[in-house]
Design a protein around this ligand. Structure first.
Ligand code: AFP
Length: 365
């Protein structure tokens, strides 16, 4: 083991956690999650060095969405690909940074798993030294003996075998589900001075998202593009104890989905990146396969709910690898309410309220 390999605490915890699962399937999952975790330790190392490692700044290229790549996007993508390349269970992987999936040269036919990932979510926050993260999803490679193509990845989120994210914040945390609840690991680097490998230490194996909340997260600069049910929901939150909700709400927006979801995992809340009318061709901002679906599985496994407004995110069958979807997730009671508003968008739309109370417009005299 070199000094960047996380020690076996993660594997020991997963062995216990996966008790009862068929042995070969459990081994494949453990080793694959170990490979992902190892890549994330290295990504975290580079991210934490920032300017010192010349990891800040633009890479000078664009990704498949036409977004300018940061150097750290490219480094993180390479580190993840390198780790998956060596993992004997991974037949192919797909990333935000590439148009097409990569088939493992050595394991493409026999590997039992597919991995989809966003190597560095929230990368526009890098230079501001705000929390960023890696999001990953593990799917079955159902038709083994043939190397997988893009069509093999087109599986609805409820078929994910595991999903998770690593948050590179003040602490480096991995939040993981293998469909048996949600586990939180913290990366312990305290042995580094003695040359000990960093260790993923299990901190919590019963994450529950509170059903009730007074906190929501949305990019309010898009307000004029929102559809009626979202206009109504936010207007009612902003109206606080003088509106129909009869309680005050608090708003947060980090613009880093991993940080946003982690806050919800910790204390509840609602995260919305809804459908809007800006670009009708793009029904949402976030990507189904490596943002929405893995986060939806985590949230549901923690007792929350994740929808696109009308349907469960985990039921959506992707059309393309980089498909975008509206995302609304978090505390169950609030998501139930928002789905209700979508079911009958004309019901009780508080346009009166909205005219007098906007996010940034002061009430008119
Ligand atoms: P980047 O990785 O390009 O910074 O995108 C981050 C993200 O996909 C997600 O993490 C945020 O919730 C969302 O975009 C932020 O979007 P806005 O820029 O509209 O605030």
């Amino acid at each position: 083991m070199d000094n960047t390999t996380p020690a076996s605490l993660l594997d020991e915890a997963l062995q216990r956690h996966l008790t009862g699962m068929e042995a070969a399937a459990a081994l494949a999952l453990r080793e694959t999650l170990g490979a992902i975790a190892q890549a994330c330790v290295r990504i975290g190392d580079v991210a934490s060095l920032g300017l010192l490692a010349e990891a800040h700044g633009m890479a000078g290229a664009s990704n498949v969405h036409g977004e300018a790549q940061q150097r750290l996007d490219v480094i993180a993508d390479d580190l993840m690909a390198g780790s998956l390349y060596e993992c004997r269970h991974v037949a192919a992987w797909a990333s935000e940074e590439h148009e097409q999936p990569h088939v493992s040269p050595a394991h493409g036919v026999q590997g039992s798993l597919l991995v989809v990932f966003d190597p560095l979510d929230g990368s526009s926050n890098i230079e501001a030294n705000i929390s960023i993260g890696t999001i990953f999803s593990v799917l079955p490679h159902r038709y083994r003996s043939v190397a997988p193509g893009a069509a093999d990845f087109m599986q609805p989120g409820h078929q994910q075998l595991a999903a998770g994210y690593v948050l590179y914040g003040p602490a480096t945390l991995m939040v993981l589900t293998c469909r048996r609840g949600v586990l939180v690991f913290a990366l312990d680097r305290r042995g580094a001075a003695q040359g000990d490998a960093p260790q993923w230490v299990l901190m919590n194996d019963e994450v529950r998202i509170p059903e009730h909340t007074r906190e929501f997260a949305i990019n309010a600069s898009n307000q004029r593009f929102w559809e009626k049910p979202i206009q109504r929901y936010v207007a009612e939150c902003v109206a606080g104890d003088t509106g129909p909700r009869m309680k005050d709400f608090n708003m947060r927006w980090v613009a880093s989905m991993v940080a946003e979801v982690h806050r919800i995992m910790t204390r509840g809340g609602v995260f919305l990146y809804p459908r809007d009318t800006r670009e009708p061709r793009k029904p949402g901002r976030l990507r189904l396969m490596y943002e929405a679906a893995p986060m939806a599985l985590l949230v549901e496994q923690a007792g929350g709910r994740a929808v696109n407004g009308t349907s469960e995110l985990l039921d959506l069958v992707p059309d393309t690898l980089h498909q975008r979807v509206p995302v609304i997730l978090g505390s169950r009671d609030e998501i139930d309410r928002i789905v209700g508003y979508h079911a009958d968008p004309s019901e009780n739309v508080s346009w009166q309220l909205f005219r007098t109370r906007s996010l940034f417009v002061q009430p008119q005299a």
